[in-house]
Ligand binder design. Structure first.
Ligand SMILES: Cc1ncc(COP(=O)(O)O)c(C=O)c1O
Length: 461
């Protein structure tokens, strides 16, 4: 039996010789299924979930190809479909074609970003791409970065490095300052760092949703009186609910004066900084110590794809380097498992690299500009005397019929979301300032003006 298992090893894995005809047939069939699913989105809508969807678990014997392809179909047909033009709820745009290919290649390569010896080409690719981004946003030669699976983890990498850099270790008096509209994952970061919500100081925002500088100054003074040790201030480049950008210039000056690490959560807006699109508030971001850029959220790099860029790479090395006793190292090359939280990590950089190479800077700019145009078109045409509108310079709009009480906002938004999904429009309903809002995220390249006009008619009805 053991003999058979050793000699008949071409059933499960790619063959190292010959043409792998079977794998080619399966890949073609899987590609066909995926492309059929994309092209049926129009009929099925953005969220075609059937409550009777069955999650079938592995059985004693392996399943046939036919069974598996039938289950793949069922899985696809019950999935959120980001390519539908009515998919406007979240920061999850349609996937870029070359990013899909990048994921396929990364899966087949099965290389590991833990170490250079397990991923020589992609280690160099990730290092170079991070440097390219760092350079584009105006960091100097000491800069670089590391990829992570999502904005939350990139932010966490930054905050741990900031705290280490401040020499605060696990000091229970250490605090992080963020705006009251910063992303909810900072609560998670604080908990993971062994602190609690008292260590997260929230600064009030102004009427545009930006961190209020006077409030920030007052909080800093209060921290100092209470002997709290600040390890970082986070400024957000694009808040989740309304796309506001915190005043980086003023915040960075304060950070410089007081020697505090400035982290920018650019999960939404950071990518605009590598283009020439004039977005107010995106100057001066090279004054930060670190910045998260999350290209999965707007330009369609497939999930997950997030980078933390730092102005000085030694801060990551000093924080995360433990030595990898079972891994060889090479002079002048950093094993990338030693500069971030994650150990084993797939070659996600390939889909980012292919996506960016495919688009070029013009293509990136085109996608970003189109999202702003859709937002502008929506705002221009929505009834201003009927809705309170919250939006900033980016492509996100939250709105609510004016003078609605908190309780009524809950009912109105729920009713509207249900009504809209029946008409194949998917919007989200964030809770914000004690009320529920409807939110539209205009990052879907397939959404045309005619779709937005139809959405506005449904909202007005
Ligand atoms: C401003 C901001 N920061 C961080 C995150 C977290 O990113 P991720 O979901 O990729 O972890 C989000 C998610 O939407 C966000 O909007």
């Amino acid at each position: 039996m053991a003999e058979d298992l050793i000699n008949n090893n071409d059933t499960y894995f790619p063959s190292y010789s010959g043409t792998n005809d079977k794998l080619i047939t399966l890949l073609n069939r899987a590609s066909q299924n995926l492309c059929d699913w994309f092209s049926k989105a129009d009929k099925n809508g953005p969220l075609p979930f059937d409550e009777s969807f069955n999650c079938i678990m592995p059985s004693e014997d392996g399943n046939s190809e036919e069974d598996l392809f039938s289950e793949i179909k069922s899985l696809l047909n019950n999935s959120f479909n980001p390519v539908h033009p009515g998919s406007l709820a979240h920061l999850d745009p349609p996937p870029l074609i070359f990013s899909i290919l990048g994921d396929l290649i990364a899966a087949g390569l099965n290389n590991n970003l833990l170490a250079y010896e397990l991923s020589p080409s992609v280690t160099l690719l990730e290092e170079s791409l991070c440097k390219w981004f760092a350079n584009k946003i105006g960091f100097n030669d000491f800069s670089g970065g590391i990829a992570a699976s999502g904005g939350t983890l990139s932010n966490l990498n930054a905050l741990i490095a900031a705290r280490n850099n401040a020499g605060l270790g696990t000091n229970p008096n250490s605090v992080l300052l963020v705006s009251e509209d910063a992303h909810s994952s900072f609560v998670k970061c604080i908990r993971v760092m062994g602190l609690d919500e008292a260590n997260l100081v929230r600064i009030k925002t102004d009427n545009q949703g930006r961190m209020d500088i006077n409030e920030l100054r007052m909080s800093l003074d209060k921290c100092s009186i209470e002997n709290k040790k600040i390890f970082a201030i986070v400024a957000t480049l694009g808040t989740t609910v309304r796309g506001a950008i915190d005043p980086v210039k003023e915040i960075s000056e304060i950070c410089k004066q007081r020697n505090i690490w400035l982290h920018l959560d650019g999960s939404i807006g950071g990518i605009f900084a590598i283009t020439s699109i004039p977005i107010e508030g995106l100057n001066n971001i090279n004054q930060a110590n670190s910045i998260t850029i999350n290209p999965q959220k707007i330009i369609g790099i497939t999930k997950t794809s997030s980078l933390l860029l730092v102005s000085n790479m030694s801060t990551l090395e000093n924080t995360f380097n433990t030595g990898l006793p079972y891994i060889s190292s090479k002079k002048n090359i950093i094993n990338r498992g030693e500069i971030g939280i994650q150990g084993s990590r797939p070659a996600e950089v390939i889909k980012l690299w292919l996506g960016l190479r495919f688009l070029g800077l013009d293509g990136i700019e085109n996608i970003l500009k189109s999202s702003i145009k859709r937002k502008d078109f929506f705002i221009k045409n929505i009834s201003k005397n009927k809705f309170d509108i919250y939006s900033g310079p980016l492509h996100i709009v939250s709105f609510l019929p004016n003078k609605l009480e908190p309780k009524d906002s809950d009912v109105w938004t729920q009713t509207k979301v249900n009504e809209l999904i029946k008409n194949n429009f998917m919007l989200s309903r964030p809770k914000f300032k004690g009320k529920y809002f409807l939110r539209v995220v205009m990052g879907n390249y397939n959404t045309k003006e005619s779709h937005i006009e139809e959405l506005l008619r449904l909202l007005d009805a």
